[in-house]
Design a protein around this ligand. Structure first.
Ligand code: SAH
Ligand code: SF4
Length: 416
């Protein structure tokens, strides 16, 4: 068999988006070039140009040497769906090794938010989450995470998203980034921290730290590391349950980092960064929408002075749970609010910066009606637990109102 066609893997090959400013400076120094060449190179990368051949202000010799060193991990755009009256653009990107991930661009007047993925799949196994059901595939590199923002930004800057697909007043560049796509950002700390730094670089992408939100399932060591970065990045913790037994099932990593530990880490994050933390709550009918959960959630949020975002559960293939009825949703939100916590009900369409992602790939890879073992097991446990509880004395609220499918999906985000 001939080996002539075998690709040569160059161990020196570099994905340019994996390099921060210091990395670029080291590279140009190694190539015998003055430091300002790194600034020029960086400026091209920020604008979405990764081919040194196109970097016209660099000397030809340097361009050629960079071509030899760079192996950009260019993802292929497999699908681009436009939803929500042109406000939501879901991009399915496939990397050269075949792994596909989701990046979502959400557009508003004066604001363009990109929701990025940090892993292909996720190992955390939350039973209501489409990404969690598919399991963990691999970590994304820093370059692959940064690239998602650059792709979305370049699409806005270059007009690749046509005017007919843009809502009125949409900005021409990315203003906010949320780590709420596929994967657990704090289980891929090197890439997450590198991406935050890259995005925040005032001489580079120049995104305000306040415009960056990292969402985590509550990995305590990662929260501490994020705080050590010294940037007031918004921390959002996906709580979903305010008692340990329920959270053990809804967010299995709670068994390693139970609620009290997560709450302490959130309090410390707030102290160190002086930044308000958020609590994410995926509201699931007859699972975490009862008065006991509402009261415990309100107590945690008040102690932390945290803001709660409620996201009615998006349907997940193979998972029998769904969002509660509109009446029950309102009752939950009102109860938490009456107890003095700040809470916002988000809509379910992925419109808001704090909305969930991860559904597009699931729709691609899982057929409707698939039953997923992890989700079914956890759902059985939770439902069995609730069935037993329901034999005992009930909290104040009456029986759940009948579900009204389709009632909430069109509800706009509520202002607070
Ligand atoms: N792994 C991180 C970030 C990605 S998930 C985390 O869990 O925080 C982003 C958000 O989407 C999380 O708050 C997650 O709980 C939520 N989410 C996942 N599946 C959902 C679903 N089916 N409906 C609504 N929100 C969901
Ligand atoms: Fe992973 Fe977040 Fe989904 Fe849980 S909710 S499985 S942590 S992506």
């Amino acid at each position: 068999m001939s080996t002539a066609a075998q690709p040569v893997v160059d161990p020196e090959a570099i994905d340019p988006y994996a390099l921060d400013r210091e990395g670029l400076e080291a590279l140009v120094a190694e190539l015998g070039q003055p430091r300002y060449r790194a600034d020029q190179l960086h400026a091209w990368l920020v604008r979405g140009v990764d081919d040194p051949g196109e970097m016209t202000d660099l000397p030809t010799g340097l361009r050629e040497r960079l071509v030899a060193r760079f192996t950009p991990t260019r993802p292929e755009l497999v699908a681009h769906t436009v939803a929500d009256d042109r406000h939501t653009h879901k991009l399915l990107l496939r990397f050269p090794d075949g792994e596909a991930i989701e990046t979502v661009l959400m557009l508003y007047p004066q604001r363009a938010t990109v929701c990025i993925s940090t892993q292909a799949g996720c190992a955390m196994g939350c039973p209501f989450c489409a990404t969690g059901q598919a399991g963990f595939r691999r970590q994304l590199t820093a370059g692959e995470v940064v690239r998602q923002v650059v792709v979305a930004d370049a699409a806005l800057r270059s007009g690749a998203i046509g005017e007919q697909d843009l809502p009125e007043g949409a900005p021409s560049r990315v203003t906010n980034v949320v780590f709420m796509g596929m994967g657990e950002p704090l289980a891929n700390l090197p890439a997450t921290l590198a991406t935050v730094r890259w995005l925040h670089d005032p001489d580079g992408f120049n995104l305000s730290a306040r415009g960056i939100t990292v969402s985590t399932v509550g990995l305590v060591p990662g929260i501490t590391k994020l705080a050590e970065l010294g940037l007031p990045v918004t921390l959002a913790v996906s709580l979903h349950a305010a008692t340990d037994p329920l959270r053990d099932d809804l967010v299995p990593v709670n068994r390693q980092h139970p609620l009290a530990e997560v709450e302490a880490a959130m309090a410390a994050y707030r102290r160190v960064t002086n930044r308000r933390v958020s609590i994410e709550w995926c509201l699931i009918g007859d699972v975490n929408d009862d008065p006991e959960q509402a009261d415990n959630l309100a107590a945690i949020a008040r102690r932390l002075r945290a803001h709660i975002n409620v996201i009615p559960m998006n349907p997940t293939p193979g998972v029998r749970w769904k969002e509660p009825s509109r009446t029950r949703t309102q009752a939950f939100v009102e109860r938490v609010r009456r107890r003095g916590a700040q809470i916002t009900l988000r809509d379910t369409r992925g419109r808001d910066a704090d909305a969930a992602c991860g559904q597009l790939l699931a729709a691609y890879t899982l057929g409707a009606g698939t039953r997923l073992p992890a989700a079914v097991g956890a759902a059985d446990r939770v439902d069995a637990g609730l069935a037993l509880t329901s034999l005992g004395p009930q909290p104040t609220e009456g029986p759940a109102a009948p579900d009204t499918p389709g009632a909430t999906p069109d509800t706009p985000a509520e202002a607070t």
